[in-house]
Every structure is written in C-alpha cells, then in structure tokens.
Design a protein around this ligand. Structure first.
Ligand code: SAM
Length: 294
C-alpha cells in the first residue's frame, strides 16, 4: 500500500480509524518531515548489511524507510494500541519483526541472537524524551556489540553527550558515553517537524561503538561511580564532591592522590579527561577500596 506517514491528514486518519490518541506518558511525538526520516534511515548503518533495532516505531514512519534499506528490522514498541497500526502500515514488508514490549525490560541479547549470527546490528530511534538516558545506558551497559547507535533526542541532551570530555559542557553521561564509543552530533530537527510538536528542539546524534575501550579501569563499575560522584555536585571541588559521594573515604587524603596525578586539589570533575578518570578511579580503589565494604 502507498503510505505517506509524514502526511498530517494520513496520521489523523490512522488515529481515527484505530481510535488512538497521542500518549504523552510514552513520549509520543511523531515525525512529519520526510527528509529528516529518510536521512536518519540513510546514516544509521551500512546499507544492505546491518540488522536495525528500532526503539519506539510509533505508527511505522521511520520503520518503513528502514525496511526498504536494510535486510532486517526489529521494531520494539511499548504501546500495545500501536501494534495493530504497525501491522497495517508495515504489511508490505517481510523483513520486519514487530515486538510489543518495553525496551528497558526485554532481554535484548536473546531477541537479537539470530540477527547477530547473520551480521552487524545497529540501533536507530526517535527516542521518547522522558527516558533517553536510561535507554542509552541500558544499550551501552548491556555489552551487546552494536555497531552504531543513532538516536534523536532533545537538542540540549545531544549537545551534552557529544561535548568533549574535560570541557566545560561535559557531564557524567558525556564521560560514560565516550568510554563506550565516539559520539557525534549529526543535525538539528526543529520542534515543528513533529506531531504533536514538543516544547523543545531535537538533534540526531550517533554513537559509533569502540571495538576496544580507550581506557581499562581495574573496576569498571567503580570507574562509573567515580564519574557519577565527580559530577554529582558540579559547583564543588573534586575532593568535596568525591567525599560526599563516598562517605567512607578519608577526605584529607584525596588532595594527595590528585597531586600524585599532577592535579590541583581545587579542580572540578568536569575538567578531567577519560584517562584521568581512569587513573583516579584506580588510585581511589587502591587507597580506599570501592567504598562499599566499609
Ligand atoms: N518512531 C516514531 C516517529 O519517529 O515518528 C515515534 C517516535 S516517539 C518520539 C517515541 C516512541 O517510543 C513512541 O511510539 C512510544 O510509544 C515508544 N516508546 C516509549 N517508551 C518506550 C519503551 N520503554 N520501549 C519501547 N518503546 C517505547
């Protein structure tokens, strides 16, 4: 069938026929700009090679473009009332699997096992704003060897994630994402390209996962905790922020540890590079343990 799912009146017809309304609690803002949809589908992976995991297909707008370009698409949608719509709008494709479920609760390894046997798998999504960070963290920390993760998120979130580590805009999420991959901001998408229009603009960003991590902390979970602690209190110096996050650490010994790395005790967490976070977490581990057993 000839669908144009970016067309407002087609979207409204579908919503009426299937008796649907846009569900704010699921972050439903559907894309209406065909150029944007086509471009996301083009840049998200290697044509004719990758399987695509799409998170939140909505009514299938981006999914149709993905199905045309890639050998296999697995589309996970939480809103069960959208499943019949997806079966209808994707009816002419044999290379799509529609899965009803919450991306944060599914066993992705199991879901994608046969896809990985066939070749590379990449992720593509216009993410619901309300759970951008948990979804990204889940994908990265799952250790599933995705090739690329291409997502549309709130513009400010994309800017923060793609900022350089050690620069003034760096946050905990910046450092953690850069540990897993190279993060790039691709392009901005104004709010009026969605229905309903969100209150904020969006950006498409892409994470290309490292085959080998840039640093090898002795204890990865503790390394993430140190990053979290360093950014927990942005206006505080690093020794203050760390001792608040790890109450069992002897605060007076932290400046000495920083000095051994050539760092001033008044430094703030956002100035550290990934290498410095790694050295710091190894040294803190050596001096104090992981802060849990005290
Ligand atoms: N891909 C469509 C588009 O670009 O027009 C819809 C994008 S809309 C911003 C987000 C979609 O994610 C909605 O369809 C929503 O129901 C779905 N969603 C929200 N939370 C989800 C979750 N935890 N797991 C899977 N899908 C989710």
């Amino acid at each position: 069938m000839d669908f144009n799912l970016c067309n407002l009146s087609q979207i409204q017809d579908l919503m009426r026929i299937f008796k649907l309304s846009f569900r704010k609690e699921f972050g439903q803002n559907f894309l209406t700009d065909e150029d944007v949809v086509r471009t996301i589908a083009q840049v998200c992976a290697e044509k004719d090679q990758d399987t695509i995991l799409e998170i939140g297909p909505g009514i299938g707008t981006l999914t149709r473009f993905l199905c045309e370009r890639y050998p296999e698409v697995v589309a996970v949608e939480i809103d069960k009332s959208l499943i019949p719509v997806l079966r209808y709008t994707l009816n002419d494709f044999r290379n799509v699997t529609i899965v009803e479920g919450d991306i944060l609760k599914l066993n992705l390894e199991e879901l994608l096992a046969s896809s990985f046997q066939r070749g590379p798998v990449s992720v593509c999504a216009n993410l619901p704003y309300y759970i951008t960070t948990p979804i990204l963290m889940e994908l990265l920390e799952s250790r599933i060897p995705f090739s690329k993760i291409t997502v549309m998120v709130q513009k400010e979130v994309a800017q923060r994630i793609c900022a350089p580590v050690g620069g003034k805009d760096c946050g905990a999420i910046t450092a953690v994402v850069h540990y897993f991959g190279k993060a790039e901001l691709l392009f901005d998408v104004p709010a009026d390209r969605f229905v309903p229009a969100p209150k904020v603009d969006s950006s498409v960003m892409q994470i290309t996962l490292h085959k080998e991590k840039p640093v090898q902390p002795r204890d990865e979970a503790f390394f993430f905790e140190v990053i979290k602690g360093a950014f927990g209190q942005r206006r505080k110096t690093l020794p203050n922020a760390l001792s608040l996050h790890f109450p069992s650490f002897d605060k007076d010994r932290i400046p000495g540890i920083l000095a051994s790395m050539g760092l001033d005790e008044r430094i703030r967490g956002e100035r550290l590079t990934l290498e410095q976070f790694c050295t710091l977490s190894d040294l803190l581990l050596e001096h104090f343990g992981n802060g849990k057993q005290a």
